[in-house]
Design a protein around this ligand. Structure first.
Ligand code: 5RP
Length: 225
């Protein structure tokens, strides 16, 4: 089984947590894509009434193309369950997200959810966070100044760019600065520091967020609760 097979495995498994009448937060990424496709099939087969709340334009396009009814987070009282991927999960179940540049909406949706379920292949599990570059969403104005501040902190920042070198813009028209930290000793302290920087919109540390994790292994999915 390759990595994509493991993503498909957990994506399809995750819809077991969804039942009739639920409002579901739909994350972003290649693993979530499998879940959204499986959800659309389940809705049709079992005649379910489900409302989706998306975390990106990418997922909105996919869900709409598959006929999943959507509402914005401001139109609902709460989300029953959000299913999302992750870039790194530490042994104490803290996470880094934002590899797909959707961290801001992902965090808003996660914070308004009664439960959060992450679906990952086994490669995403790690002892400590930080090997995966930590994404920080910043507003364009003053972003060079924030970048310099991150350099001074030895955070080894890079602006996320596309192939032609232009800076990636998020769904909210912001930039992403990736911090190449290698190892984050105290994720809570770092999260606090980042939130205090003027111009930082959000960071990719998802701390004390997840309730359930489904991990894809070649011999099947394993569930951590
Ligand atoms: C997007 C995310 C994704 O959930 C994360 O990058 C995992 O993606 P994938 O399932 O493609 O590996 O945080 O911002």
């Amino acid at each position: 089984m390759n990595q994509d097979d493991l993503k498909a495995l957990v994506g399809k498994k995750a819809v077991d947590w969804i039942s009739d009448g639920m409002t579901i937060g739909l994350g972003t990424g290649s693993t979530v894509r499998y879940m959204v496709e499986a959800l659309a099939e389940k809705i049709k087969k079992e005649h379910l009434t489900i409302t989706g709340v998306v975390t990106s334009k990418e997922t909105a396009n996919l869900a709409t193309s598959l006929g999943i009814p959507l509402k914005s987070v401001d139109e609902i009282d709460y989300i029953d369950l959000t299913i999302d991927g992750a870039d790194e999960i530490s042994s104490d179940f803290q996470g880094i997200k934002g590899g797909g540049a959707a961290l801001l909406f992902e965090k808003i949706v996660a914070k308004n959810s009664k439960k959060n379920l992450w679906i990952v292949d086994q490669s995403k599990l790690t002892k400590d966070l930080g090997n995966f570059p930590l994404p920080v969403e910043v507003i364009p104005y003053g972003s060079e100044k924030i970048f310099e501040r991150f350099e001074a902190q030895n955070f080894a920042p890079t602006f996320r760019t596309v192939e032609d070198g232009t800076k990636v813009k998020t769904d909210s028209e912001n930039y992403i600065i990736d911090l190449h930290l290698k190892k984050i000793d105290d994720p809570f302290k770092l999260a606090k520091y980042l939130k205090q920087q003027i111009g930082v919109v959000e960071h990719g540390l998802f701390l004390d967020t997840v309730n359930t994790i489904i991990v894809g292994y070649p011999d099947g999915p394993k569930i951590f609760e």
